[in-house]
Design a protein around this ligand. Sequence first.
Ligand SMILES: *[C@@H]1O[C@H](CO)[C@@H](O)[C@H](O)[C@H]1NC(C)=O
Ligand SMILES: *[C@@H]1O[C@H](CO)[C@@H](O)[C@H](O)[C@H]1NC(C)=O
Ligand SMILES: *[C@@H]1O[C@H](CO)[C@@H](O)[C@H](O)[C@H]1NC(C)=O
Ligand SMILES: *[C@@H]1O[C@H](CO)[C@@H](O)[C@H](O)[C@H]1NC(C)=O
Ligand SMILES: [Cu+2]
Length: 569
Amino acid sequence: MGCPPRLLCCLFLSLSLAAVVARAATRHQEWEISYQFKSPDCVRKLAVTINGETPGPTIRATQGDTVVVRVKNSLLTENVAIHWHGIRQRGTPWADGTEGVTQCPILPGDTFTYAFVVDRPGTYMYHAHYGMQRSAGLNGLIVVAAAPGGPDAEPFRYDGEHDVLLNDWWHKSTYEQAAGLASAPLVWVGEPQSLLINGRGRFVNCSAAGACDAAHPECATPVFAVVPGRTYRFRIASVTSLSALNFEIEGHEMTVVEADGHYVKPFVVKNLNIYSGETYSVLIKADQDPNRNYWLASNVVSREPGTPAGTAVLSYYGGRSSPRRSPPTAPPAGPAWNDTAYRFRQSVATVAHPAHVEPPPPRADRTILLLNTQNKIDAHIKWALNGVSFTLPHTPYLVAMKRPGLLDTFDQRPPPETYAHRGYDVYAVPPNPNATTSDGLYRLRFGSVVDVVLQNANMLAPNKSETHPWHLHGHDFWVLGYGIGRFDPAVHPASYNLRDPILKNTVAVHPYGWTALRFRADNPGVWAFHCHIESHFFMGMGIAFEEGVDRVAPLPPQIMGCGKTRGGH
Ligand SMILES: *[C@@H]1O[C@H](CO)[C@@H](O)[C@H](O)[C@H]1NC(C)=O
Ligand SMILES: *[C@@H]1O[C@H](CO)[C@@H](O)[C@H](O)[C@H]1NC(C)=O
Ligand SMILES: *[C@@H]1O[C@H](CO)[C@@H](O)[C@H](O)[C@H]1NC(C)=O
Ligand SMILES: *[C@@H]1O[C@H](CO)[C@@H](O)[C@H](O)[C@H]1NC(C)=O
Ligand SMILES: [Cu+2]
């Protein structure tokens, strides 16, 4: 299948920017997805690979380009779907890659072509969006350069660039993990065995583990080389399944300049907190002693760590240290894992660059207040929003809402808009752990301004609340505010940052805290909004929005073939 014809019109719209016209190109990729034996942390394990590799290839494009990825599913017995995380898919909602929301899964042996325009510069990622497949290794980076001379050119300079893809890794299979989550009582896989940097880590107990080869080239420590005196942009993305991370380059301060594809008012940190689904760019100056190496380290925060640091090496060209030599120090341990205030401050510090402020609409047409809770349904542990745990329909919403006669494929009752927030004690174990399940969605008036306030709470166990990184498909949202404790709709909106809020696609909701965001429902389609922790989404921590679905062009038949769409044309 080639580019669907309706892509041409949206392509045309994006081409109307004169600066882009001269350069817009089509970036073709041919991907074969298959299981392969891989040793990312020196322990051999079956991984889902792209053309034999995990992580997959980095997609590099220029703003305005069309990316075309032809995906052949060679998994034999497993479906697949791939999400382009941070790409808004304006005009191509069927290419979002979210199984159950925008498409049927790609069946074994089938080929599916994703085609979409990358309309904004920045650092993005892709990953599987089917079951818990992302944690099996199907992930990679998307790097979009700003259109030269265009209005989105970077407000900062650098001499060179490095990419850092952070991940966590388990030795148990994705199937074993998913079956454990669905069991009653729940069988929890525990903390990851290793943390990976660019797909490489080092299992600490190698000698005790079966199938571990500490000299395997696939787990060789990554080396980042720098020229003394130069400034480097490090693009950092986290595709972790569970872990919130803290990233540090020993001895080198980092200036944060980009978050999720938007320029940040620069601020300097010793280390960077990064949640699953987030990306950042930082600048570092190679101004330290070139005759030794330095650690790059990722450490677990927000959960009590059971995993050693993920490490890589920063090495200076022309220095006296071999790039392969370990630095003479111990890897940085990061901040205290439970220092929530420290992470909170970084969240608040992340605002728009003064020259790239896109002011939010002054008020919302609708506010949805979502209480995040851990629940029990018939002895199964779930996550719920306002007491409703999300399940994906078998017929993708996008198809069900565009084709006649398919509305009975999902619950037509809209999920609750709010919860009994007056007097709710977010620090207490919920008095009633029960929840219900639903595959209903929120229908938004096209073009309306929507506020969502995510309220965190205590889990089923006393004195426990986790960080949840929430990711919205199809949009960037303004981050209006954060708080710790119970959100009061009569009080807290007055403190929203309407002056220079950052636009993001993924944002943290801190333990016992709340996060308020705003977006305009102006992208016709159906879009998932969910916690980016793989197990949490699997256990129901998500919702879906429909907006302007009547404006969506005729759907490509390739997204059909499951549920009640069988035989669709
Ligand atoms: C490594 O092995 C030791 C001893 O068996 C154990 O205590 C520790 O938890 C193991 N570490 C990891 C990361 O599996
Ligand atoms: C953080 O956790 C450590 C144990 O890892 C504990 O000793 C300390 O009291 C905790 N600090 C806070 C602020 O909860
Ligand atoms: C919660 O559901 C269980 C059945 O799974 C029931 O036995 C129990 O009474 C319910 N609790 C409340 C507080 O409604
Ligand atoms: C749990 O939190 C309550 C207050 O919400 C406090 O009274 C209690 O001491 C805490 N327990 C522990 C073990 O920290
Ligand atoms: Cu979560």
